[in-house]
Unconditional design. Structure first.
Length: 458
């Protein structure tokens, strides 16, 4: 494929760039908060961070679809005698293959007498999107397999796909929609079943989201909504039938007003409903609920050095079963990125939210989290990372639930490095640790992972 330098600089990157630190070691952020704080306009400090800023000599360049067709034609001799020309397509293809091996010193997530295992993984993905800014589409998919050396019952297959598009009717407005479907393995540490679980729990997640944006010199209005459907495959004794199958609907909007160039204040109300397909679960309770959250805060983003956004307010979740009391309290979310030098980035994320629980007799989990990370550029193509995160989780249950007083403290930390060999190959090495203490016997958990990976991209 003939490279056109000025066109390369305008290309859109794949919609989902994989992190080189395991996603399971990152702290989750509320879905709507991410959707509302994202959007068509970039955060300059984030774009210029060590991890995110462009490296044209090492970033994937993608393949224009007509270049791919031309190359295949020449490979079979159909177009061998035709002269090559610059690409006229606006559709880019981004293939990626990631191979890895990691050691987990507590593969079955046992609270005591842990046993380790080596795991070998492979993930292939392709993303397709349009090289345009006014309107376009995107779609793609992936498949991932994991094989354990000793505990073959833990072997897994994950796959999924997505389709989306966006439209820019005017310079001030933007509309977007995205649907996806995934078959995923649920991490054992989220279930708390320990050695009683014979094999990994698998579920299907269907998601549909819409987002709009209106922005002028002083005002921003961003409505957003998402629908999620969880469907679990039977996995006794953890999943008996359809007791965990549910729909989650979240909707709200953000109204912001510019104060000075690069800074603004906003208010962000949100509503949600969580509806289970099985009216009464196997624990004898109804877990349907609805709630709201309202936040007010500010954003600071005036240069490539500093970005910060913090908001605080109130949240509440009410349950239809009278045995479950309402959960309410302060809400908070914050995120900051600081680039004191070109070769160093400091970041911070924090928040408080109510998470859904799949433990018997538990209505929801009040969580507070904070995570800090340091990204360091050892060389232009050699990056290093360190992070530490702390989460508290308070389980809310019924008056007869044995889990009502459970309280966990979770510490996560790790180190990693990534070496970019060229535009096609990247090597990674990472270590992560997880340490959960609890006031409930048998709920404590520790494990470590050491991951080596190689990524091939185009």
């Amino acid at each position: 494929m003939r490279r056109v330098a000025d066109r390369y600089l305008q290309r859109r990157r794949p919609p989902s760039r994989q992190s080189w630190i395991s996603a399971g070691c990152c702290v989750a952020v509320a879905v709507f908060a991410v959707a509302a704080s994202g959007g068509g306009l970039a955060q300059t400090a984030r774009d210029e961070s060590v991890q995110s800023r462009p490296r044209p000599d090492y970033d994937p360049e993608g393949v224009f679809i007509d270049d791919l067709v031309d190359g295949l034609g020449r490979a079979v001799g159909v177009r061998r005698d035709r002269p090559r020309s610059d690409s006229t397509s606006s559709v880019l293809i981004w293939p990626r293959l990631q191979l890895g091996t990691y050691f987990d010193d507590n593969a079955l997530r046992a609270p005591s007498n842990p046993r380790g295992d080596f795991v070998h993984t492979a993930k292939a993905s392709v993303d397709v999107n349009t090289d345009r800014n006014d309107h376009g589409f995107e779609f793609g998919g992936y498949g991932e397999v994991g094989y354990f050396d000793r505990f073959v019952s833990e072997n897994y297959h994950q796959y999924g796909g997505y389709l989306g598009g966006f439209l820019v009717p005017t310079n001030e407005t933007r509309l977007g929609i995205r649907v996806s479907d995934d078959r995923l393995r649920q991490p054992r540490e989220e279930i708390g079943a320990g050695l009683s679980q014979l094999r990994p729990t698998v579920y299907h997640l269907a998601t549909a989201s819409v987002r709009g944006e209106y922005r002028d010199a002083d005002w921003q209005l961003t409505p957003a909504g998402s629908f999620k459907r969880y469907t679990f495959e039977a996995n006794a004794p953890v999943v008996i039938g359809g007791e965990f199958d549910r729909d989650e609907l979240v909707g709200g909007f953000r109204v912001g007003h510019s104060v000075t160039e690069g800074s603004s204040v906003f208010i962000e109300p949100q509503l949600n409903t969580r509806s289970y397909h099985q009216t009464v679960s196997t624990d004898g309770f109804r877990h349907d609920s609805s709630g709201y959250q309202i936040l007010a805060g500010g954003r600071f983003d005036v240069s490539s050095v500093t970005y910060a956004e913090f908001a605080a307010g109130w949240l509440q979740q009410r349950y239809v079963d009278p045995a479950f009391s309402a959960i309410s309290g302060p809400a908070m979310i914050g995120s900051a990125t600081w680039n004191p030098r070109d070769w160093i980035t400091l970041s911070l994320d924090a928040g408080r939210q109510i998470a859904e629980s799949e433990l018997p007799g538990v209505s929801g989990i009040e969580t507070m989290y904070v995570q800090a990370a340091l990204d360091y550029e050892l060389g232009y193509n050699w990056l290093a990372n360190a992070y530490v995160g702390y989460t508290t989780a308070d389980y809310n249950g019924s008056a007869t639930s044995t889990s009502q007083a459970r309280s966990d403290n979770i510490l996560r930390y790790g180190l990693g490095t990534r070496y970019l060999v060229n535009q096609r190959i990247a090597l990674g090495l990472a270590w992560s640790a997880y340490d959960r203490s609890s006031n409930t016997p048998g709920a404590q958990l520790t494990f470590n992972q050491i991951v080596a990976s190689v990524q091939l991209q185009w």
